[in-house]
Design a protein around this ligand. Sequence first.
Ligand SMILES: Cc1cc2nc3c(=O)[nH]c(=O)nc-3n(C[C@H](O)[C@H](O)[C@H](O)COP(=O)(O)OP(=O)(O)OC[C@H]3O[C@@H](n4cnc5c(N)ncnc54)[C@H](O)[C@@H]3O)c2cc1C
Ligand code: FES
Length: 452
Amino acid sequence: MWRSTAQLQLWNDTFYHKIEAERGLEVSTKVAEGHRFGIDNVKKVCDEEGIDCGFKYVDGHLYPKDEESSSYDLLEQELQASNRAGLSDVKWVDLGGGQDVGGIRRAVQFPRCANFDPIRYCEGLAKAISKRGGAVYETSRVKKAEGQTVTTEAGQSIQTPVIVFATHSPTHKNLAVHARQFPEKLYAVALQIPKGGMADGQFWDTEAPYHSVRFVEGTSKGDCLLVRGNNHTTGIKPEEIDADTYEKLAQWARSRWPKAGEVAFEWSGQLYAPIDRLALYGQDPFNAFHLDGTYYIATGDAGQGTIGGQIAGKVISQQILGQEGPWSEMFAPARLPPPSKDILSALGHVISDTTAGYVDIASPAGAQMQNADGLAKDSGAIIQQGDAPKIAVYVDEDGVQHKHSAICPHMGCVVQWSPIDRSFNCPCHGAGFDRFGKIVQGPATSDLEPVK
Ligand SMILES: Cc1cc2nc3c(=O)[nH]c(=O)nc-3n(C[C@H](O)[C@H](O)[C@H](O)COP(=O)(O)OP(=O)(O)OC[C@H]3O[C@@H](n4cnc5c(N)ncnc54)[C@H](O)[C@@H]3O)c2cc1C
Ligand code: FES
C-alpha cells in the first residue's frame, strides 16, 4: 500500500465489457458493486473512526490514447457495459481540452471515485484495531505458517484457528495460486505543479499498459501530479529494462500537463495480475493441508488493490463468520477461468515467465558475466563461473562485492538484477530482494543465501 498512488477507482481497469463478455452481466454487475462499495466503505470507515486521510470524492476519466475511431469505439463499449453493470451515471463528457485536464476533450466519466492518503488511512485503522482490543505488530516477518501456527523470523509463534495471507502474494508454495497470476513492476513519478496547473480528479488512458494520473495536494514538496505506468514483467533481464523509465514517465506527463515541473519523488512497486481479470479472495484453493478452510488469501488485485483491500476484507470476513456473501463465488480462488483468447494468452505468459526462471538455472543465458570484476560501482549482476551455481552480486560504492546465491528461496528460480530500483527480482512469482540480498517482497520469506 505504501507504494500505491492510491486512486480508489470506480472503473475496473480490466474493463467491464471484457468481464461481461467472458463471465456475463451478473458478474460484471457484482464487480461494479464491489468498486462502489470499496470507495464508499473507505469514506464510511474514515467518518466512523475519525480518520483524517484526505479522502475526497473526485471524478475519474477514461480517455482515448489517440484520435483513431477505434479508440473511441473502445470507450463507447466500456461506457455501455458500465451502464449495463448498474453504473448508470457513467457518461460521455467534454472536458474542454485545457492544459489543466491534460488536453483531454471527450472522455468517459466515472463519477465519485476517490483519492486518499493510504498511509494515514492505515495508521487510523491500526488505532481503531487497538481501540477494540486487537494488536498490530510491525517489523514481524512471518517465516512460516504450518497447521494453525504462524512463526516469525524472530522465532515467536502464534496459534490461530484461521490464517489470512494478506501479504500481497501469499507466502506459501501453493501453485494453484501462484500459477494464476503474474507479477509486474510498475513505476510512479510525482511532479511538482503550481496551483491551477492540474484539475482535481483521476485520468486513465487506454494505452497498454495504461497511464494513470491524479492530483495530490500538500506533499512535503508542494502540490504534485502523480503519474503511474510503464509496467513490465518482473524479473526480466537488466538489458531489457528501460533505464530512462522515470524520465520518460515524467516527459509523458509534461507533454499532457505542461505546467508539471520538477520531479519531487519517484518509486517503483509491484502488482500481481490475475490471468482471468478478477482478483483471488477467499479460501486457499486445493491446499492439501488445509482443506478444512482455515487458510484464506487476498491477492491478484492487479493495479487496483486499494479498492481490492476493501472487497477482500468483506468477502473473507463473511466467509470466516460462515456467511455466504454475494461476491464470494466470483472471487473464489478455486474458480475455473473461462477459456477466452485473452485468458489463454495470460496463462501462456505465466508459463513462459516461470519456465524462463527455471531454464536460467542451467542455461548460460541466466548470467550476465563470469565474474564481477568488470562491474561498475553501485551496480549488480548475475554471474556464473563454469558450471558453478549462479551468484547474485552487487558491487557497492566502495567497490566491495556482496555475493548471494541467485536461487530464489521461494521455489528455486533464478533472480535477475534491476538497475532501476537496484534490487534482485524473481521472474517466477515476483519475490524481491534488495541489493544486499535482503527479502523485501514475498512470496519468499527469507533472504538470498550469502556466498563466500
Ligand atoms: C506504483 C503503484 C501504484 C499503484 N496505484 C494504485 C492505485 O492508484 N489504485 C489502486 O487501487 N491500487 C494501486 N496500486 C496497487 C495497490 O497498491 C496494491 O494492489 C495493494 O497495495 C495490494 O495490497 P495488499 O495489502 O494485498 O499488499 P501490500 O500493500 O503489499 O501489503 C502487504 C503487506 O504484507 C506484509 N508482508 C509481506 N510478507 C510478509 C510476511 N512474510 N510476514 C509479515 N508481513 C508480510 C508487507 O510488509 C506489507 O505490509 C498501485 C501499486 C503500485 C506499485
Ligand atoms: S518467487 Fe517463487 S521461485 Fe521466486
